[in-house]
Design a protein. Sequence first.
Length: 249
Amino acid sequence: MNPFDVSGKRVVVTGGAQGIGYAVAKAFVDAGAEVAILDINERVADAATALSGETKRRVIGRRCDIANRVEVYATVGALGPIDVLVNNAGIGTRTPVAGPRDDVDAAFERVIDINLTGHFFVTRAALPAIAPGGRIIFTASVWGKAAGAEYAAYCASKHGIIGMMRALAHELGPRGITVNAICPGTIRTELNEKEITEKARNLILASMVINRGWIEPDELANLYVFLASPAAKDITGQAYNYDRGQVMA
C-alpha cells in the first residue's frame, strides 16, 4: 500500500475559491481525491470549473458564509460522506486597538466570526458525515504562535484555532478522527499581497532562515495532503509551521 495515497478520499475545503484553499483543493484533486470547495466569494463556482478544467476531474463548488450557521448546516449537510475536512477559510483585516471605534469593532467581530467561530460551525456540521479514520485539518498561522501589531483579532483567532484543534483532537480521538493544524508563514496570496504593507513584508521575509521570499501556495498544499494520507494516521493534536524558519515554536 502506498502510505501517501489519498485517491478516492472525499475532501471538503473551505475558502477554496482562491489562495491557499484553491491550491489545497488542486493538490487533493491531483492526488486522486474527490473535492468540494466552499467559499463566501461568488466566484466559487468559477473556481470549481477552473479546477475541473485544470485537472480533468469534477470539482463541486458551493457558496457558503461559514459565519452563518444556517448556511453552514444546510450546505455542509448536503455534501454527503466526508473523509477529510480542511477548515481553511479566513480573513486578515487589521484591527488597531486605537483605531476608529465602530469600524474596528465591526472588523474584530467579523474576523473572529469567520476565522474561529465559523470553523467550529463547519466542524459540527461535517462531523456526522465523518467516519472513523477521518481527518480534520485547520489552517492556522505562524501568528497563532507569535503576533503582530494591529492584528489583534487575527492573532487571537489563530491562537484560538490551535487551542480548538487540540481540544478536538482529544475529543474526537476516541472516534478514530485525527485533528491537526498547519501554520503558514508568508504565502503568496491575493490577501497577503493586499493586506501586508511593504515594510511589514520586508521584516517578515528578513526573519526567514532559508530561501527568503514568498512561499508559493502549491508548495504549502503538499503538507495538507500528507496529513490526510495513511502515513499520518497516528498524528493528531499538532500545529505544523510552514514558514522557512520564520517562527521556531
